[in-house]
Ligand binder design. Sequence first.
Ligand code: 4GX
Length: 227
Amino acid sequence: MITLFPEMFTALSRHGVSGRALNKGLYKINLTNPRSFTTDIHNSVDDRPYGGGPGMLMMYQPLKKAVEKIRSNISGSSYIVYLSPQGKSVTQDKLTQLTKNKNLILVCGRYEGIDERFIEAIVDEEISVGDFVVSGGELPAMMLMDGIIRLLPKALGHSLSAKEDSFVDGLLDCPHYTRPAEVDGMKVPDILLQGNHAKINDWRQEKKIKQTRLKRPDLYEIYISDK
Ligand code: 4GX
């Protein structure tokens, strides 16, 4: 991870599924601050954009030196991802692809962005977490990492959990219910209480399809045309 705010990543490393996976040794995380690779007395990592305009940009050299430092400390190949709204929106399939990399280097931008030459010459892929803007790449990078980590073998308590996620077969998940069997006058669907697992599977598949048609017609169209 290349970030000006390494402390933010405790959200990932200390809590929940990603925290447990780290403790189990299923992945390692390295946090590299480009501020460690500056050359001026102010430790500047940003500068003004050529051509004018508001805001500042992250400079090429500290980012490149951060990449070189990381690469000098790892063996094997690495794949560099830059999180930005200009990237292609991430999908569940993309997360599965990313799990195949031995080393992933995520670059978290701050300010108005980074020098385009770093993207051209050094970044392998630009990825977005959605069509909205946040104030830095750290939260998007953590979203990506969390999505990848939970796909690693043994990260989830139930090995089937990741196979039954939303999007895995291009459909949304079905509704779920827990005790009590009735609350505020609302009953759990009878079929789930009867214990016929073939029928329960059929019901769940039907709900997934109906739910997708209703809530995500865009995904439903793709599902229908792929059959
Ligand atoms: N999905 N951001 C990157 C810096 C920036 C500004 C301008 C390029 C151009 C985002 C997203 C996202 C905020 C991360 C701006 N980079 N990242 N950062 N949506 O909004 O991934």
